[in-house]
Write a protein that binds this ligand. Structure first.
Ligand code: PEP
Ligand code: MN
Length: 302
């Protein structure tokens, strides 16, 4: 449904929708993109769940995590090989495993059959990340890196575009349009999934809450765009005990997919140990989510 607000600024108006996001905007109210990525369907009744660690730390842990995700019914393996750490220093404690991490993701994929989504931050690394993944993730910090969006779009690969933590829906959809334009130029269907991962707000609940999961943006985005919209409660809450309720709430809000951080031994996680869930917690969440999905005509089982 188009908005009739003609004010320039944060809100999308009819002119924006017509002139600035013609490709990602809906053509009609029921317009919804549906596409499969390595056999996992987005935009249909299935709610794909992507789980895995923040950082692909080593081969053993990523394979163990992938096996757990698969056994509990997860659909995608996530994990960062190239990481946007918020400070420049790398050490034994804070590291990226880069090309080596991508290889370990492929080992985990071979062992489990789970497709892989992983972040790409640098135009120079698009080729190697694309060769070793099924979906390219663009992180919150790069949502408006238009050169990266365009070059990622040119690969024709499926893309998961995280929302910038300070970005409006308008900015987010216009960023998605950069990728959509390249998919359109290639003459292919747009294969873009939007991911809400928490926004900065002064109304968080404790000093440690960096972000607030903006559940309202799920229906707000779905009003305007045909692209699937998913959420990432791990990065949003930054606090594991709140992940499960926000996973359930995301399904209730109509999310078309879920991402969460899962680690075989959370206290030992290299990055963000407070937000990641154990394999046991992941299994428990999958069990809790199934009836909620069923209640609204969705499913977690392909
Ligand atoms: C991630 O998914 O590991 C990540 C860094 O996410 P974000 O870009 O949302 O912070
Ligand atoms: Mn992370």
């Amino acid at each position: 449904m188009a908005l009739d607000n003609k004010m320039a600024g944060k809100d999308l108006n009819d002119d924006d929708i017509r002139d600035k996001i013609p490709l990602v905007a809906k053509d009609h109210p029921d317009h919804k993109s549906r596409f499969s990525v390595a056999g996992v369907e987005f935009g249909g009744p299935l709610i794909p769940v992507m789980g895995g660690p923040n950082t692909v730390e080593n081969e053993e842990m990523i394979v163990k995590t992938a096996k757990g995700i698969k056994a509990s019914g997860g659909h995608f393996l996530r994990g960062g090989a190239f990481k946007p750490l918020t400070f420049p220093y790398r050490s034994e404690k804070y590291y990226e495993t880069r090309e080596q991490g991508l290889e370990w993701l492929q080992v985990a994929k071979k062992e489990t059959g789970l497709p892989v989504v992983t972040e790409v931050m640098d135009v120079a690394k698009i080729d190697v990340v694309a060769k070793n993944s099924d979906m390219l993730q663009i992180g919150t910090r790069n949502m408006q890196n238009y050169v990266l969006l365009t070059e990622v779009g040119k690969t024709g690969m499926p893309v998961m575009l995280k929302r910038g933590y300070g970005s409006s829906l308008r900015d987010w959809l216009m960023a998605a349009e950069y990728i959509a334009l390249e998919h359109d130029r290639l003459g292919q269907q747009q294969q873009i999934v939007l991911c809400e991962r928490g926004v900065v707000s002064n109304h968080t609940h404790r000093a440690g809450s960096r972000f607030l999961l903006d559940l309202q943006v799920v229906p707000a985005a779905q009003d305007v765009t045909h692209l699937p919209v998913m959420t990432d409660p791990s990065h949003a809450t930054f606090w594991q005990p709140w992940v499960k309720p926000m996973m359930l709430a995301s399904i209730g809000a109509g999310a078309d997919g879920l991402m969460l951080e899962v680690h075989p031994n959370p206290p030992e996680a290299a990055v963000d140990p407070l937000q990641c869930s154990s394999l046991e917690q992941f299994d428990e969440m999958m069990k809790a989510m199934r009836p909620v999905a069923a209640a609204i005509g969705r499913t977690l089982d392909a």
